[in-house]
Design a protein around this ligand. Structure first.
Ligand SMILES: [Ca+2]
Ligand SMILES: [Ca+2]
Length: 190
């Protein structure tokens, strides 16, 4: 009986530890709200990778329109030359709703959430960027407009939107640990 209680406690502790391991491993390749940084002095070319969205949206860098979500996947756009370390900040304009969202930190957006995933494991020196086009995050599928860039990498951004599953795991892990501690308090024993 005592062994069973200890095993249960150990399992709950493992669940608790999982909370901290989970985001650390996923951040290595795919960063929600990460920055897009030019790697070396020189040219950056964008490639449109596709769209899975009900709405039509356009991607801009400054005043330059780069892609529109209903065009053919595989199109490329030469963004020109940049210095190493330049941060590229992209803007998504959603035609149907008139909403505008930015890559980078959650604070850049009117709804206070990050709207673009940055994945620099896409290819050698390539970065994949995938946007969510709905205010408040909507379905959070982050595939509403997808494009990649040469000569770029993901800059770390520690502010992330927690995944719903992580939040549930966090909540259950914390509650489990609290319950275990309560049960194992010296005063609670007869
Ligand atoms: Ca979608
Ligand atoms: Ca979506």
């Amino acid at each position: 009986m005592k062994l069973f209680t200890h095993l249960k406690g150990f399992t709950l502790t493992l669940i608790g530890c999982g909370i901290f391991l989970f985001p650390a491993t996923s951040m290595a390749t795919s960063v929600l709200g990460g920055n897009i940084i030019v790697q070396h002095d020189g040219n950056v070319t964008a490639t449109f990778q596709g769209s899975n969205a009900g709405y039509t949206s356009s991607l801009y860098l400054g005043n330059t329109r780069i892609f529109t979500s209903n065009q053919a996947a595989g199109s490329t756009f030469n963004l020109g030359n940049f210095s190493a370390g330049t941060e590229l900040n992209f803007r998504l304009e959603v035609h149907n709703t008139g909403h505008t969202f930015f890559s980078g930190a959650a604070a850049n957006n009117i709804d206070g959430i990050a709207h673009a995933f940055i994945d620099d494991s896409f290819g050698e020196g390539e970065t994949l960027v995938s946007f969510e086009d709905l205010l408040g995050g909507g379905d959070r599928d982050y595939n509403d407009l997808i494009f990649s860039f040469s000569n770029t990498e993901a800059g770390a951004n520690l502010v992330q939107n927690p995944e719903p599953s992580t939040v549930i795991l966090l909540g259950s892990g914390m509650m489990g640990l609290a319950a275990w501690r309560l049960r194992n308090r010296p005063s609670a024993k007869p």
